[in-house]
Design a protein around this ligand. Sequence first.
Ligand code: HPA
Length: 266
Amino acid sequence: MTDTRTPCMVLGDRFGAPPDFGIVLGSGLGALAEQVEGKTVASYDQIAGFPMSTVAGHAGQLVVGKLAGRSVALLRGRWHLYEGYEPTQVTIGVRSLARWGVKALVVTNAAGGVSPRLTAGDLMLISDQINLTGQSPLMGMPAFVDMTTAYDPAFLETALAAARDCGVDLKQGVYAGMAGPQYETPAEVRMLAAMGADAVGMSTVLETIAARHAGIRVLGLSCITNAAAGGSNGIGVDHKEVLKTGAAVSDRFAKLLRATLPKLQV
Ligand code: HPA
């Protein structure tokens, strides 16, 4: 029989009261889910309305429990436009967490470094975004959402302070979201730099729009896995390398997030 419940009804039935934080884990960063204490796990195919994610490096699980003493729901695997999903499907996880009642969202991703300040292995706090997908999850709704503080200024300050306290080097910059799935050409990377982007990826921007529409505050973290378009050395970009670098920085990424979460006031 078809499950006619909405995803947020499924989440409430299965997991009870909503946690404080929703956390979307990007490519290669899924290992954080193993650190969740007292966890309950649901595969996306058990949640009515959640499409199964199809990308290597994305497990397709919702993990609910405690991380660094805070209640969290981790989306281990997200949906991308390049998989053929509509903007409303891409944001189904975030919108479901918001409707369930999470108070804040942490979006994470693997990204290519556009700015020469960023090199593979760096962690970058997202200070702002440029949505270059040509899409919006709000299309069809007259929702004129204010995006002037898309990434919460108080969260930014808290994360920077937490990074200093735990000795993790944390850069800051503007994330540009492209539709993908092809990586960028060198000319596109020059365009992105001219536009003011520091990093580029294929996710996150629509999720942040959906979260702001739902009134949820957002913290964004990018793991710089490569120089966009391979940088000036002509080595190109390889998806396997992106996943490998993501995995290599996952300890530092976890350390930073574990130091930040207890300090975020929601
Ligand atoms: N471009 C777009 N998305 C990415 C990249 C990149 O260079 N690296 C990881 N995700």
